[in-house]
Design a protein around this ligand. Structure first.
Ligand code: ADP
Ligand code: MG
Length: 702
């Protein structure tokens, strides 16, 4: 270990303007007032903001910061930042360091180049950023630059949300309001607030930088558009949870240190299923903070990777034939006094709060399954979902044996008992019996109950967690509202709760599935049950504007119809742009790298045939090879022309939905045809001439 390595506890949160820093640096009354403002969800008043800003600036400067920035998450799904220095010139020609409350709480970047989905014209450039003071400010060191980051929401001149954060915060408000109502009815008068929690497990690949730099496809699209499968893939299951390679372990160490400093409690790390694939999971946090942190995780993995000459690929499907990457979103709800509302306890059948919350989630997920599906609909995720390694596009819920049994009891009129699980005896005298969990795990389920939380596994590895999480918060809030509306009028809450649970258990039984989600059988069974199976991103995005979806977002003030429409447009456009970039990159590589290599090889073969003939030997083998290569070159030529035409045809559409659908139906198949021939050529052409690093090199060289 590095001699200068400070103890881990000294590093954690070192660069965060967190509670302990505030307590130390803010006048007591200001600190108290600030905490109260956050707890009550109010705005920060101007005088308070000035004092907080000043303390923040002093702290930042002591930590070598020269700049501050409003850090926000436009609808690109990435983060954005514009840095300003604290410097303010003085009349004597010198400078002082200043930072006002207004600069802390509000920014006004020129926002015209971010996607707005038609919410405003390009010339209407004003956008506002405002500090989300529930997510603490932090300092980030990038090379020599040290900047104070202020996590922000971002909206237009007319207060329309232009980012991922605003609807997430609004959905947290909605969930809080409705969950507190239900808790009150169930007799909990102590809890003042309910917060959604999120622990996102992040999967990623690491590839040698020198290979990455030779692959235009990885550089421009994040995934390999060409590449014959390596003779070995993941079939030996030897990478999964295997010992960490020294170089990777050192990389992970450096990532952890960076993240700990930023207040991200990176906790779990391991090798994943595919060779060269890994996972990082932090300890869960409030959903908005966890969303900010996940952005930092993705960024840090990439940044630190480069220091080790490794490139981190966050794409959902960098390599065909081996597993892609997801981002499992572990979600629950917790009260301000620490009650996890999805904690079943040892006798879940008589834990009324748990049963109500569980049933609310089940109903929400079934009722709004199309919306959840749409929240993970991206071009990258299309290559992963349903590819026998990730959940299919059918939303279902895994409850496990114990809860399914209770759910069935509820359907029949009331839950009277909880199955217990006993102990595991291993039959080895030196090994103690282990307490057995009440439910086994099911890795194939898109939405699985995992002990005291749900795990939404359809989310793509490169996605912001904000989208899927604001959908989940909103739909659960909606069902809780229904319950509260009904129960607040009830004269016998206990019986009426039972009735509601019975109704839900009967109505939504179809969404519960504990079996193998990857199998053909389930697809058929799901169709019988009437569960939607929305295979493509385009089809899925086209469901967003369904009347019940508009209604649920408007009812809970998460998104207006116009905001939702704008988002749909942005997502459709993003899909088309991604497919176009992939197609153009594909053309570029096929035309300028693969074709020339194949032609060169055919020349070598032709000369060999000629020379062998001259030498009076029989060039039959060389001729056969030459024929094969010539046929493939011809096919590649034709397919390249076809792809060019497909790109032109597909983009000739008068609206974004049509264009996206064209991209899917016309471009993807043309691109596949180019790849197919190119990959065949890879297996024929002399390896020394092949311009692209192979799958074996990229996946296995450490
Ligand atoms: P798995 O065994 O499914 O791979 P991991 O240990 O990798 O699980 O990750 C589980 C994630 O779930 C962690 O980020 C953990 O902090 C998070 N988690 C645990 N409890 C909760 C909760 N109550 N709410 C949200 N997330 C939670
Ligand atoms: Mg995990």
């Amino acid at each position: 270990m590095n001699e200068n390595f400070e103890s881990v506890t000294a590093i954690i949160g070192k660069n965060v303007f967190n509670d302990s820093v505030m307590r130390e640096r803010l006048p007591k009354n200001v600190y108290k007032e600030f905490k109260k403002t956050i707890a009550e969800g109010r705005f920060l008043d101007a005088a308070l903001a000035d004092t907080v800003a000043n303390a923040m600036k002093d702290w930042a400067i002591e930590n070598n910061a020269t700049h501050f920035c409003h850090w926000f998450q436009p609808m690109t799904g990435f983060t954005a930042e514009k840095h300003d220095s604290f410097i303010s010139p003085t009349p004597e020609g010198r400078g002082i360091m200043e930072f006002s409350g207004k600069e802390l709480t509000q920014g006004e970047p020129d926002a015209s180049s971010f996607p707005s989905g038609g919410l405003r014209a390009t010339f209407e450039a004003r956008g506002y950023t405002t500090w989300d003071c529930t997510s603490p400010a932090f300092i980030k060191e990038t090379g020599k630059n040290v900047t104070l980051y202020i996590p922000c929401a971002f909206c237009s001149y007319n207060a329309e949300a232009l980012d991922k954060k605003t609807p997430l915060l609004r959905s947290m408000d909605a969930l809080n309001t409705q969950a507190i109502r239900v808790l009150k009815i169930l007799g909990n008068n102590n809890s003042k607030k309910v917060l959604a929690t999120l622990g996102p497990e992040q999967e990623y690949f690491l590839v040698e930088r020198k290979f990455f730099e030779k692959r235009l496809d990885l550089m421009l699209t994040g995934r390999s558009l060409f590449g014959a499968p390596a003779p070995r893939g993941q079939e030996m299951s030897d990478h999964y949870f295997g010992p960490l390679h020294e170089r990777v372990a050192t990389f992970m160490h450096d990532v952890n240190v960076e993240l700990w400093k930023l207040g991200v409690s990176a906790k779990t790390q391991h090798n994943e299923v595919s060779p060269a694939q890994y996972e990082l999971a932090p300890v869960f946090a409030t959903v908005n903070v966890a969303t900010d942190h996940n952005q930092l995780v993705m960024e840090t993995l990439q940044k630190v990777g480069l220091r080790h000459n490794l490139v981190c690929l966050i794409h959902e499907k960098p390599f065909v034939g081996v597993n892609g990457s997801g981002k499992h979103n572990n979600w629950s709800m917790v009260t301000d006094d620490g009650i996890n509302l999805l904690e079943p306890g040892s006798t879940p059948h008589d834990n009324m709060v748990f049963l109500v919350m569980l049933c609310a989630v089940v109903r929400a997920v079934d009722k709004y399954s199309k919306l959840l599906r749409a929240s993970v609909a991206t071009a990258g995720n299309d290559y992963r979902l349903g590819a026998n390694e990730a959940p299919p596009a059918i939303v279902s819920i895994f409850l496990g044996d114990q809860l399914t049994d209770i759910f069935e009891q509820l359907a029949a009129g009331g839950a009277k008992s909880s199955k217990t699980s006993g102990q595991l005896k291993l039959g080895v005298s030196t090994l103690p019996p282990l307490p057995k969990d009440c439910t086994d795990r099911n890795r194939t389920s898109p939405f699985a109950f995992t002990g005291n939380k749900f795990e939404f596994r359809m989310v793509g590895s490169s996605q912001s967690t904000a989208g899927p999480m604001f959908v989940l918060n909103t739909i659960v809030a909606d069902v809780l509202k229904e319950m509260a509306d009904e129960l607040e009028k009830s004269s016998n809450v206990e019986t009426d709760v039972q009735k509601i649970l019975q109704r839900i258990a009967n109505e939504h039984r179809r969404i519960i599935f504990n079996g193998d989600n990857y199998g053909e059988e389930w697809t058929k069974e799901a169709a019988k049950r009437g569960l939607p199976n929305i295979k493509s991103t385009v089809e899925s995005l086209n469901t967003i504007m369904d009347a019940e979806h508009v209604e649920v977002f408007e009812k809970h003030k998460v998104l207006s119809k116009a905001e939702l429409k704008a988002r749909t447009e942005i997502l459709l456009d993003a899909y088309s742009m991604i497919i176009n970039i992939e197609a153009k990159t594909s053309l570029n590589i096929a035309q300028r790298q693969i074709l020339p290599a194949a032609i060169e090889y055919s020349g070598i073969l032709a000369r060999a045939v000629k020379n062998i003939n001259k030498a009076d030997a029989n060039p039959a083998g060389q001729k056969k090879e030459l024929d094969k290569v010539c046929k493939l070159i011809d096919a590649l030529n034709n397919n390249i022309e076809e792809l060019k035409k497909a790109i032109a045809d597909a983009n000739n559409a008068d609206n974004s939905s049509k264009r996206a659908e064209n991209c899917r139906s016309i471009i993807l198949s043309a691109m596949n045809k180019v790849r197919q021939v190119a990959d065949e050529l890879e297996m024929v052409v002399d390896a020394k001439l092949w311009p692209l690093p192979s799958y074996a090199e990229m996946l296995f060289i450490k």
